[in-house]
Design a protein. Structure first.
Length: 255
């Protein structure tokens, strides 16, 4: 049986995807889909874009990190869904406003990211998302899960929770680096994941333990990208359970 958060997500996703193509921005705002793109700058004066939604005075904030397709409509909908649940949400763009649906181009965009520059963007985004008494969490899907660990390292004292959805290939596995992460981690992993295999997961969890970090590991009978409602691997049971666990984790560490 679908839980309330999942039903709301599916209905909200379909509504906002439809609205984005059929009605005005004012009408979207009236229906709770209001959001906007904002340009921020790093301390080195490097401009970058974020997509922001949710109550400005919310007590919980989320930084979302996109996968290898870039900050596309699916990420906008993901942001809007959390915003509708009452979070102040910021989705960061690491690909300089470029999106794609082609794997070859996606890999080029992913490989073109300078980690030092990305870390500067994380620092600036988290600073912009921060507010008095507000607790923050970082959530990343696929390639964004890899980057979520870097973001957690950048903002060690400001982040209260980190959530990883099915990482993409290589993740941080140096225990001397990982031990600097302060926030507890929730991991959602797919059993039939070609991009992050069981062997890779075993290696990752071993390093996490050696680093002294706290990580809750959840396995799903699903494939990579099982939470994307517009993708071929969308898996409703896995999505439903992961959503429930994500909200429970956020409620535990952001309240």
């Amino acid at each position: 049986m679908l839980n309330l958060h999942t039903i709301k997500y599916i209905l909200f996703s379909m509504t906002c995807l439809f609205l984005s193509q059929s009605v005005t921005a004012e009408q979207q705002s009236n229906l709770g889909c209001d959001a906007k793109y904002v340009q921020l700058k790093t301390t080195n004066d490097q401009p970058f874009t974020v997509y922001v939604a949710g109550p400005e005075h919310a007590e919980q904030g989320l930084l979302l990190i996109h996968g290898w397709w870039g900050l596309n409509k699916e990420i906008e909908t993901w942001t809007n869904q959390f915003a509708a649940a009452g979070y102040r949400v910021m989705a960061i763009d690491l690909f300089n406003q470029q999106v794609t649906t082609y794997p070859k181009r996606a890999r080029e965009l992913m490989n073109g990211v300078n980690q030092s520059v990305a870390n500067d963007k994380f620092a600036a985004a988290i600073n912009a998302l921060s507010a008095p008494e507000r607790k923050l969490a970082i959530i990343g899907r696929s390639y964004g899960a890899n980057q979520a660990l870097h973001a957690a390292l950048v903002a060690q004292e400001k982040v209260s929770a980190t959530i990883l959805y099915y990482p993409f290939e290589e993740v941080v596995t140096d225990k001397n680096i990982l031990k600097a992460v302060k926030a507890p981690i929730l991991g959602h992993f797919a059993q039939q994941d070609y991009f992050f295999t069981p062997d890779m997961l075993t290696q990752f969890t071993t390093v996490i333990k050696k680093s002294g970090l706290t990580m809750t590991v959840n396995m799903y009978d699903a494939k990579h990208a099982f939470t994307n409602p517009t993708g071929k691997n969308f898996n409703i049971p896995a999505f439903t359970l992961s959503q429930q666990r994500t909200y429970e984790f956020l409620n535990k560490y952001l309240n």
